[in-house]
Design a protein. Structure first.
Length: 432
């Protein structure tokens, strides 16, 4: 599926390259799938098949090296991925712990390969890890290469908290120990900095705030509606179709909206990835839609590429994604606001900061379909208010959440760590 963190990392790497820095984006586990042109290198380290088999079988390391390298071929990993469902934390505890343990875990051979390649081929000045589930790499990377290691915090708590015991407790113990090997952490919100800091024992001054950023020129602005029309009011949902993202709440809130204003006056458009593991939940929800008599009002678009996503957002009057878990990023909200579409999101996670800084939407009580419906009705019945929120959101995103601002904030962190570098000099950065 499209991964928000991967897409954002790709945007950051691309912007660093545009600014003249030598930024290399290294895929781990699988090739990156992005909705922009990918700037990641072709070779994959810690290949998913290789790593899984290495953890599951002590005999796997005895296989000939050429065969093991063949299992890391991007074409093979993409092909295998077509037949897999979304990874479940319940099934991957042993693998996650092995990677966190670094040179002391079952994946030490993968780490050796990565370090050898970095030494011989890349020779970076700084390394930036995508999230804290990779902190096990930092000790050897920092020691063997003699360079700073940065680590982002961007949503890994949901996976880690879902690990079954004893892996969950063991993973957090290793995290608390291994976080000391990181020179600086980066978080996109005060909420997530505080949340992850508490989970793994991070001091506040080690977590730098860097806002999420978008390639704003890619997002067309939704044109003002002008004079009121009789067209249906269009509510959108753009996120992974699953319980955690609040798909069920969004549908039930829409049903309550339709009951109050009339189903002929509203539409719900749904876009996002649907994994095999969430299909029973989706089918049950759509059966409820049929029972409510709303089949003609609900359109499921499915997964969308970048152009389709922009067109989808421009077709909406409002985006409603009432996540159940506390969202650490909410890129979909920024993308909607960049198109001039207001958002309805729960009052938790990073959302209060996003709405406060942009003014582009409404905060509602979490896990309440009644609150979803109430917010949607308020926007539907006051078209000027709805348009004003969309305008404020677009201006707020343009002012705060452009990719240039994100990269400049990251470069400030890099320069801080590379104290002997001039602020005007380029740097070789590895992001993975």
């Amino acid at each position: 599926m499209y991964c928000g963190s991967c897409m954002h990392d790709n945007s950051v790497a691309a912007q660093l390259q545009r600014l003249g820095h030598e930024a290399t984006l290294i895929p781990l586990y699988t090739p990156l799938r992005t909705d922009e042109e990918s700037v990641s290198q072709e070779r994959v380290f810690y290949g998913a098949v290789n790593t899984y088999l290495q953890v599951k079988s002590a005999h796997f390391s005895r296989l000939p090296a050429p065969l093991r390298r063949w299992l890391d071929r991007p074409s093979l990993l993409k092909w295998v991925g077509r037949f897999s469902s979304s990874s479940s934390a319940r099934d991957l505890g042993e693998l996650a712990l092995a990677v966190l343990q670094g040179e002391e875990g079952a994946t030490r051979d993968q780490l050796d390969q990565l370090i050898t390649w970095l030494k011989e081929e890349l020779r970076p000045e700084i390394i930036h890890l995508q999230n804290s589930m990779f902190v096990g790499l930092a000790r050897r990377l920092g020691r063997d290469l003699g360079i700073p290691v940065v680590c982002s915090l961007q949503g890994e708590d949901l996976f880690l908290e879902s690990l079954v015991e004893p892996y969950r407790s063991q993973a957090f113990e290793v995290l608390k120990e291994r976080q000391q090997d990181i020179d600086a952490f980066i978080a996109n919100s005060d909420y997530y900095a505080s949340h992850m800091g508490g989970l793994v024992g991070l001091e506040e001054d080690r977590i730098h705030r860097v806002p999420l950023g978008l390639q704003l020129e890619d997002f067309a602005v939704k044109e003002p509606a002008g004079e009121p029309t009789e067209s249906p009011f269009v509510v959108g949902y753009l996120a992974r179709i699953c319980p955690e993202k609040g798909f069920g709440l969004a549908v039930e809130g829409f049903w309550q909206l339709a009951k109050q204003v009339g189903k002929d006056k509203v539409r719900l458009r749904v876009a996002g990835y649907l994994g095999a593991g969430d299909r029973p939940f989706f089918e049950e929800t759509m059966a409820q839609v049929k029972e409510w008599g709303l089949e003609s009002c609900v359109e499921v678009v499915g997964e969308v590429d970048r152009a389709e996503k922009v067109a989808f957002l421009r077709s909406l009057d409002v985006l409603s994604v009432p996540t159940i878990y506390r969202e650490p990023k909410g890129i979909f909200a920024l993308e909607a606001m960049a198109c001039g579409v207001p958002v309805v999101v729960p009052r938790h996670g990073a959302f209060p900061e996003v709405i406060q800084s942009t003014g582009g939407g409404l905060l509602i009580d979490p896990q309440s379909p009644e609150a979803v419906a109430e917010a949607l009705i308020a926007l539907m019945r006051d078209e000027k208010y709805c348009q004003e929120l969309g305008r404020k959101g677009r201006q707020g995103v343009q002012a705060i959440h452009g990719i240039q601002a994100t990269v400049e904030a990251m470069l400030d962190v890099y320069r801080y760590l590379l104290s002997d570098s001039s602020k005007e000099s380029s740097a070789r950065v590895t992001l993975g």
